[in-house]
Design a protein around this ligand. Structure first.
Ligand SMILES: *Cc1c(COP(=O)(O)O)cnc(C)c1O
Length: 404
C-alpha cells in the first residue's frame, strides 16, 4: 500500500560521537549541567535535547524510539523494558479508578491476566469481546470506557482485527484505539488505518534474536510526554526503563527486520499450504481458508507477507507434545514459547502462554488442546524442513487421528 515502513527506518541517519556509523551508547544514568538553570528547565521539561536522568529518557532509548516511531508512522515513541511494561504503562496512563476498557478476548495471556485480575484492584474494569463482531464491540462501550484495545493479529488464534472499522467506532465515542502490533510489524501499519496508539513487544520479531525482552509505545508527542511526565507519567513513575546497552542492540537488529519478516512470511506461507494440503487443520492469514484472509490483504503493506505465525491442530495435547518433542529431537526447532527467532519455535498455547485464560473460556474461543503454535524460522531450505516435519507427523501418527 502507501506506507513504506522499512524505507522510513532505512532513511534515519545517526552517527556516533567519533563519526562511528552507529550512534554512541549512552552509558550513564545521570547527566551533568553547566548551569543550574538548565537543570531546572530540564526537570520542568523546558530544555529540548537535555538529559536529566535515564529513567526519564536517554539518548540510546530516544534513537530506538525514533526508529520505531518511523516504522509505525507516529510522531514519537517511548521504549520500555518489556512489552508488558509498555502495555501496562499505556493503559494505566489512559485509565483511572472507575474507568472501563473494551478489549478483544483473544489477546496475549499476560495482557489478559493484567486486565482480568490486576486492573480490577485499581477499579478498572474490562469487557472482553469478540473483536471480529463489530456490533458487540460497540455494544460493550459505556460512558466510562476510556480505551478500545486489540491485537492486529491475535495470539494465539491469529484472528485479524478490522482496524479501520474499529478506529471508526473509537472515533465515534471519542476514545483511543490501542493496537498491539507484535505479530505483524511492517506487514500492518495500524496508524495508517486509524489507530491512535501502537504497542509492540520488541522481544519478538523486531529484535529477533531472543536475547532480550523489550517493549514500545508509539503515539503522539503529547501522549508520550504524558507517559514520561515526572509528576504523573506511568512509565516515569512505575519505572519499566530499558537499559541503553539493550536499546542500542535492538536498534541494530531493527535494520534487518524487513529481510527477516519477508523470510519468516515466505517460509510460513510455504508450510501452511503444505500442511493444509496434507489435511491438517491449519490457521494462517495467508491461506484463502482463513476467515480474515481478505481483510488482512486489504490492510497489509505489500512485500512483507502474512507473517511468521501459524497454528495447526493435531487433535490432542498428547499428540501435540509427542510431535513437538520429536521435532525438537530432529533439530527442526525448539519447544519454547515466544516468537520471531531465526529458529522455528513451537508450543501448545492451551498449556503455556494462554494458560492464564480459564479452560471454559479457552473452549469458547476455539483454543483447543491439540493446537500447536508455530513461529516459523528463517530456514534457508524450507522444503527440507517440511519433509522432515512430515516424517515426524507420520511417526507420531497425526494423520491417523485427525480427520482428513
Ligand atoms: C510477548 C507478547 C507481549 C508481552 O511482551 P513481553 O516483552 O514479553 O513483556 C505482548 N503482546 C504480545 C502479542 C506478545 O506476543
Amino acid at each position: 500500500m502507501k506506507y513504506k515502513p522499512a524505507n522510513k527506518i532505512q532513511d534515519l541517519q545517526y552517527f556516533g560521537e567519533f563519526g562511528g556509523v552507529n550512534p554512541s551508547i549512552s552509558d550513564s544514568s545521570t547527566y551533568t549541567f553547566l548551569s543550574a538553570k538548565t537543570m531546572f528547565d530540564t526537570f520542568e521539561g523546558n530544555a529540548d535535547g537535555c538529559y536529566l536522568y535515564s529513567r526519564h529518557s536517554s539518548p540510546s532509548n530516544l534513537y530506538l524510539g525514533e526508529a520505531l516511531a518511523a516504522m509505525e508512522g507516529t510522531e514519537t515513541a517511548n521504549v520500555a523494558a518489556s512489552g508488558m511494561g509498555a502495555i501496562t504503562g499505556t493503559l494505566l496512563q489512559l485509565c483511572q479508578a472507575g474507568d472501563h476498557i473494551v478489549s478483544s478476548r483473544t489477546i496475549y495471556g499476560g495482557t489478559y491476566a493484567f486486565l482480568k485480575n490486576f486492573a480490577p484492584r485499581l477499579n478498572i474494569e474490562t469487557s472482553f469481546v469478540d473483536i471480529t463482531k463489530l456490533e458487540s464491540v460497540e455494544a460493550a462501550i459505556n460512558e466510562n470506557t476510556k480505551v478500545l484495545y486489540c491485537e492486529s493479529v491475535s495470539n494465539p488464534l491469529l484472528e485479524v482485527a478490522d482496524i479501520a472499522a474499529l478506529a471508526k467506532i473509537a472515533k465515534k465515542y471519542n476514545i483511543p484505539l490501542v493496537v498491539d502490533n507484535t505479530f505483524s510489524p511492517l506487514s500492518i501499519t495500524p496508524v495508517e488505518l486509524g489507530a491512535d496508539i501502537v504497542i509492540h513487544s520488541l522481544t519478538k520479531f523486531i529484535n529477533g534474536s531472543s536475547d532480550t525482552v523489550g517493549g514500545v509505545t508509539c503515539a503522539s508527542q503529547d501522549f508520550i510526554n504524558s507517559l514520561r511526565s515526572v509528576n504523573d507519567g506511568a512509565n516515569m513513575l512505575l519505572g519499566p526503563t530499558m537499559d541503553s546497552l539493550r536499546s542500542a542492540s535492538i536498534l541494530k537488529n531493527m535494520r534487518t527486520l524487513h529481510i527477516r519478516i519477508k523470510q519468516h512470511s515466505k517460509n510460513a506461507m510455504f508450510l501452511a499450504e503444505k500442511f493444509e494440503a496434507d489435511g491438517l487443520r491449519t490457521v494462517y492469514p495467508g491461506l484463502t481458508s482463513h476467515p480474515s484472509h481478505e481483510l488482512f490483504k486489504s490492510m497489509m503493506n505489500a512485500d512483507y507477507g502474512f507473517g511468521g505465525m501459524l497454528t495447526i491442530d493435531v487433535g490432542s495435547l498428547d499428540k501435540a507434545n509427542e510431535l513437538m518433542e520429536l521435532m525438537q529431537d530432529k533439530n527442526l526447532g525448539y519447544l519454547a514459547v515466544s516468537l520471531g527467532f531465526y529458529k522455528t519455535l513451537f508450543s501448545a498455547p492451551g498449556s503455556s502462554t494462554s494458560s492464564e485464560i480459564p479452560e471454559e473460556e479457552q473452549k469458547e474461543m476455539g483454543l483447543s488442546d491439540g493446537l500447536i503454535r508455530f513461529s516459523i524460522g528463517l530456514d534457508n531450505d524450507i522444503e527440507r524442513t517440511y519433509e522432515m516435519m512430515k516424517e515426524c507427523m507420520e511417526e507420531v501418527g497425526i494423520f491417523n487421528s485427525v480427520e482428513v
